[in-house]
Design a protein around this ligand. Structure first.
Ligand SMILES: [Zn+2]
Length: 374
């Protein structure tokens, strides 16, 4: 028995050394880092190892926030995690154009007022399916035929919840996260996570003397064709569109253990960089040195992930998109839980313990830094 215990202890010791060694060689905020590839053979098993590496290098408990004395709300991500848990428990399965989706929209508006915003700061922008249907692959008949409402009652209206925090400038930053889900999915990662990030960020930015006007848009009806995002942009005049400094999109923040951001401007038929997008890369590097946050970028994802930022991107508005993803090869990332029964807090906590807290901390901190740079 004693021998067995000794063998186990020795094995654990070597396993620990191996894990730490991988953590030290892990790439950071870089494109196409070839050093990463060789540790990605068995995706499912390896993902669990990845999260251990990330936990080792990104331990929330050990972080002292020392550079942003901006907000009275303590550790970044704390409130976001609470919002996720609430949506996971009480506002799960939120298909577009249903009463359930409306119920969630009203909860978002209520929460913003609880945070301290006035009724006048918040607009509920309602739209009927028929008014946006030409943007979708789906017709009403198909939605019913494929049971895309699940067990939720359809109403054929959806809505965006829009919060404006005025800044010194008329120029605005649009911050977006959709709150609907595919019909039979709880939607913790996709996309209670993005909603929660924006709710916490609004809470924090309320106390900041911000230069840019901040417009938070909680989009409805993303899952059947980015309909809320299209509707929002359609409501803006040409002048108002030109006032958008950039659009930030948060969608699926813990579909995997890697923190990923995609940035770009659509120009001449392709993604390109600008001083603004390059400044985010510099900020990502800075967050590694100041807080140990490892942010990867993955430019092909700009086209791969058909989510709300695409609507702004093709309108030639600079975009920044964040997600938590798994590695799928040398330089590719993928989603592991979205649009499946795995997309609930129980599974995510089981697969990647501590990851919800860790990702929300990192993204909350990163987003706040993005917004205060001028
Ligand atoms: Zn999504």
């Amino acid at each position: 028995m004693k021998t067995v215990v000794s063998i186990v202890l020795v094995a654990c010791f070597f396993a620990l050394i191996t894990a730490c060694g991988q953590a030290e060689t892990q790439g950071i905020f870089v494109e196409n880092n070839p050093d990463e590839a060789d540790v990605q053979e068995e995706a499912d098993v390896q993902d669990e190892a990845d999260i251990q590496e990330d936990s080792a290098s990104n331990d929330v408990d050990e972080v002292i926030e020392n550079d942003l004395p901006l907000s009275p709300f303590g550790l970044h991500g704390y409130y976001a995690v609470n919002f996720i848990e609430h949506m996971n428990a009480y506002f799960y399965r939120r298909p577009p154009f249903t009463y359930r989706e409306l119920e969630t929209a009203l909860w978002i508006a209520d929460t913003l007022m609880e945070i301290g915003f006035d009724y006048d700061d918040i607009e509920i922008q309602s739209f009927h399916f028929d008014d946006v249907a030409d943007r979708s692959f789906w017709s009403k008949e198909l939605l019913l035929m494929f049971e895309l409402f699940g067990d939720r009652e359809p109403r054929y209206y959806s809505q965006n919840v829009v919060l404006t925090i005025p800044g010194r400038s008329e120029q605005r930053i649009v911050l977006g996260a959709h709150y609907d889900t595919v019909h039979d999915v709880v939607g913790a990662s996709d996309n209670a996570s993005g909603v929660a990030l924006l709710l916490e960020n609004a809470m924090r930015m309320r106390y900041v003397d911000n230069y840019y006007t901040l417009v938070y848009v909680f989009f409805g009806a993303e899952e059947i064709g980015l309909l809320g995002a299209y509707h929002y942009l359609d409501t803006l005049s040409q002048y108002e569109r030109e006032q958008i400094h950039f659009m930030f999109n948060a969608d699926a923040l813990f579909d995997g253990p890697y923190l990923v951001y995609l940035a770009g401007v659509y120009y001449d038929g392709r993604r390109t960089d600008s001083d603004l997008t390059l400044s985010w890369s510099a900020l990502a590097r800075e967050k590694y040195y100041s807080h140990g946050i490892e942010l990867f970028t993955y430019h092909p994802g700009m086209y791969k992930w058909n989510t709300d930022h695409i609507v702004f991107f093709i309108a030639e508005i600079p975009v920044l998109y964040v997600a938590g993803l798994v590695r799928e090869g040398d330089d590719s990332f993928g989603a592991r839980v979205m649009h499946s029964e795995r997309d609930c807090a129980d599974y995510i906590n089981y697969a990647w313990p501590g990851k919800i807290e860790q990702n929300m901390w990192a993204f909350s901190l990163f987003l706040e830094n993005v917004l205060i740079q001028k």
